[in-house]
Design a protein around this ligand. Structure first.
Ligand code: ADP
Length: 584
C-alpha cells in the first residue's frame, strides 16, 4: 500500500494521546521522541555541507525504521539524489524505485526528470551503523511494498522530496509520517543554512577575487593613482604614485590633509597639489593640470600632469564628495621635447631675422632709388609731350613692393613664433609708456591701408582724450594683426571700420570687416595657439594660427580682454579689444 503525500497534519499532541489515555505514557513518549530529535538536531547543526545533511537525515530515518531505502531528491542545476539503504537491493527494486521517484517528483512540481537521469546522478550509501547482511537470494527477492513521498519545503517553496521505500506492505502509518516530517523539517532548516552559508562564501570569494584583481590593476598601472578622504588626506597611493612622489622627495604622512602637509613642509608645489585636490573635494573634475613637482634648481624638473575626479557616496546621501581620486602622469620627457622644439624654433627664428632685416633694408633702399629715378624722369619730361608708356622702373617698383610686403609677412610670422616661445618660458615682457591710443590706431590703419588696395579702412574715434599707459609696440602688433586678418579674410575687398569708444571706463577698440566671418563654434578656440578655422576658404590663406594667440597674451598682459562677434546678417566679423587706461 502506498501512503499519500501529506503537507500538514493536525496537532502533534494528538499522536501521543495513548490508547489508554494515560498522561505518563504520553509524556514518556514525548520525552523519548524529543531526546531522539535532539540528538538528530545536533547532527544537523554539526553538518558543514549538503552532503552531510543528507547523510544525517537518511541515516536517522534508517536508524528509526530500518527501511529498504530512504532517498532525498533536491531541486537544482544539477539536481541531487542521495540514497541510503540498509541492505543491497535487487535490480528490479532499484528500477521501480527510480521510476516512482521520477513520477512523484513530477507531481510535486519538479522539472521533468527520467528514471535514467536519476540513475546516472544517484549517490548510494550504506553507513555501517545501519547496514544489514542479506544473501544473494534474499537480495534478488526484494520488492517494493510501501512508498512514502514527503515534499521538503522552505517558506512554501518546494526544494526537494524525501522518499521512503519498504518491502512489507502498509508499513507507513500516521505516527511515522509525523515523526519523519518533523525530522525532515530539521533537515530542511539545516540545508537552508548550508545553502545560505555556501552562497555567502561564494559571494565573499567573488568579492575578494574582484578586490584582488582591482588591486593588481591599480598596482600595475603606469600612471600614479592617489586616493584621498573627504579632508584631502591621502588614504591610498599605488606604486607608481609613490615612485613619482619619492622623486620629488616627499614623504607622505598617511591621514594628514595635504594642505596641512604643505604648510609644514617647504615644498612649494605641494600647495598647488593641495589646491587641485581641493577642487575635486568641491565636486569639480580637473583635467591634465601640470605641476612642476621638484625643486627649482633642477635643470629638467619633474613635471606631473594631474587629473582629479570627485568620489561620490554611492547612497547619494552626501552632497559633497567622500574623497577624490587623482591620476598622476609623468610628462617630464614630453616637456623636455617641447622645450627642445621651442628652443629649436626660437634659434631658427632668430637666425631668420637677420637675413630678413637685410632683405627688408635693401628692398626699401632699392624702392627709394627707383622712386627717385621715376620722379626725376617725370620732372625732366616736357608737359607738351604725350604720357610716357610704362617705364621698366615702374614694373621693378611693383615687383620690389611685393618682395617688401612678403618680407614683412615673413617677419611677422617669425616674430609670432619667437613671441610664442618667449611666452611659453615666461620671457615675455611688456614695456609701458604713455601715448594716445587714437594715434596708434591711425598709424596701424595707414600702414595696413598702404598694401590693401581692394579695401577701404575707416577710423572712427568717438573720444576726446585717448591717453593710455601701455606697451606701444605690442598694442600696435595686436591691432595690426586684427587688421591684417580683416584684409586677409575678406578676399573680395570691402570696408573695414576701426572704432574707438569707451566701455565701463575702459577703451574699446572694435574692428569690423565684411569678410567670410567665423562660425560661433570656433569663437572659444580661435585664440588658441596654431588654431585655424578649417573651412576651405581660409585654407587658401597663408598663416599659422599664432597671431591671435599672441594678441590675446598681449591684451591679457595689459589686464584687458579680446573677443569676437559676428556682424548683423552674418556679413563678416568684429574683433573687440577692451583695454584699461592703465595696465591692471
Ligand atoms: P592666421 O591668420 O595666421 O591663421 P590668426 O591667429 O591670426 O592666425 O587667426 C586664427 C584663425 O582665425 C585664422 O586662421 C582664421 O581662420 C580665423 N580668423 C581670424 N581673423 C578672421 C577674420 N577677420 N575673419 C575670418 N576669420 C578670421
Amino acid at each position: 500500500m502506498e501512503s499519500s503525500v501529506q503537507f500538514q497534519f493536525s496537532d502533534i499532541g494528538s499522536a501521543y494521546r495513548s490508547s489508554n489515555g494515560q498522561l505518563p505514557d504520553r509524556l514518556t513518549a514525548i520525552s523519548h521522541d524529543m531526546e531522539y530529535i535532539n540528538t538528530i538536531g545536533k547532527r544537523f547543526v554539526a553538518a558543514i555541507d549538503r552532503f552531510q545533511v543528507h547523510r544525517a537525515l537518511l541515516t536517522a530515518l534508517q536508524e528509526l525504521y530500518g527501511l529498504a531505502a530512504c532517498c532525498i531528491l533536491l531541486k537544482g542545476e544539477p539536481f541531487e539524489l542521495f540514497i541510503i539503504s540498509c541492505h543491497p537491493l535487487s535490480a528490479s527494486f532499484l528500477e521501480e524505485m527510480l521510476q516512482k521517484i521520477a513520477s512523484a517528483a513530477h507531481v510535486i512540481d519538479f522539472p521533468p526528470i527520467t528514471a535514467e537521469q536519476l540513475a546516472k546522478s544517484a549517490y548510494f550509501d550504506a553507513p555501517d551503523e545501519v547496514a544489514e547482511y542479506r544473501t544473494q537470494e534474499a537480495i534478488e527477492e526484494t520488492e517494493i511494498g510501501s512508498v512514502l513521498n514527503i515534499p521538503l519545503t522552505v517558506e512554501n517553496r518546494i526544494i526537494g522530496m524525501l522518499s521512503l521505500f519498504d518491502e512489507p506492505v502498509g508499513t507507513f502509518d500516521t505516527d511515522l509520517l509525523r515523526l519523519t516530517t518533523m525530522i525532515a523539517d530539521y533537515a530542511v532548516v539545516a540545508l537552508e543554512n548550508v545553502r545560505l552559508r555556501e552562497r555567502e562564501t561564494a559571494l565573499w570569494r567573488q568579492a575578494d577575487h574582484e578586490r584582488q584583481r582591482l588591486e593588481l590593476v591599480i598596482r600595475s598601472m603606469a600612471e600614479g593613482l592617489m586616493i584621498t578622504d573627504a579632508q584631502g588626506a591621502i588614504v591610498s597611493l599605488n606604486q607608481s604614485a609613490r615612485r613619482l612622489l619619492a622623486q620629488a622627495e616627499i614623504d607622505f604622512v598617511v591621514n594628514m590633509p595635504l594642505r596641512e602637509l604643505a604648510e609644514k613642509s617647504d615644498v612649494q608645489w605641494l600647495y598647488r597639489l593641495a589646491e587641485i585636490i581641493d577642487q575635486g573635494l568641491m565636486g569639480r573634475t580637473v583635467m591634465n593640470q601640470e605641476l612642476t613637482a621638484s625643486r627649482m634648481e633642477e635643470t629638467v624638473p619633474l613635471t606631473l600632469s594631474i587629473s582629479v575626479a570627485p568620489l561620490h557616496d554611492l547612497s547619494g546621501k552626501r552632497v559633497l564628495p567622500i574623497g577624490v581620486v587623482a591620476v598622476l602622469n609623468d610628462v617630464t620627457s614630453l616637456k623636455q621635447v617641447e622645450r627642445l622644439k621651442d628652443e629649436f624654433v626660437s634659434v631658427v627664428s632668430h637666425e631668420l631675422r637677420t637675413p630678413l632685416t637685410a632683405i627688408k633694408g635693401y628692398t626699401q633702399h632699392l624702392i627709394r632709388r627707383i622712386e627717385r629715378r621715376l620722379r626725376k624722369a617725370r620732372t625732366a619730361q616736357p608737359e607738351t609731350m604725350p604720357p610716357m608708356t610704362e617705364a621698366p622702373e615702374s614694373y621693378d617698383l611693383r615687383s620690389l613692393s611685393i618682395v617688401q610686403s612678403q618680407t614683412e609677412h615673413l617677419e611677422r610670422l617669425v616674430n609670432d613664433l619667437l613671441d610664442r616661445s618667449r611666452m611659453q618660458w615666461g620671457q615675455f615682457r611688456l614695456e609701458y609708456a604713455t601715448f594716445h591710443l587714437a594715434d596708434l590706431l591711425m598709424e596701424c590703419v595707414h600702414s595696413v591701408q598702404a598694401s590693401a588696395e581692394q579695401h577701404t579702412i575707416y577710423l572712427d574715434v568717438q573720444l576726446q582724450d585717448t591717453e593710455i599707459v601701455a606697451d606701444h609696440a605690442r598694442l600696435a602688433q595686436v591691432i595690426r594683426n586684427i587688421l591684417d586678418n580683416a584684409v586677409k579674410y575678406s578676399p573680395h575687398g570691402g570696408q573695414i571700420m576701426v572704432r574707438l569708444q569707451e566701455r565701463e571706463g575702459d577703451y574699446l577698440v572694435s574692428v569690423m570687416d565684411q569678410g567670410m566671418g567665423v562660425s560661433p563654434e570656433h569663437f572659444d578656440h580661435i585664440f588658441e595657439r596654431f588654431y585655424r578655422v578649417h573651412n576651405t576658404a581660409s585654407r587658401e590663406y597663408a598663416g599659422i594660427g599664432l597671431g591671435l594667440f599672441v594678441a590675446r597674451a598681449i591684451v591679457d598682459g595689459h589686464g584687458g580682454k579680446i573677443w569676437l562677434t559676428n556682424n548683423q546678417h552674418d556679413i563678416g566679423t568684429t574683433f573687440h579689444v577692451a583695454l584699461p587706461r592703465e595696465p591692471r
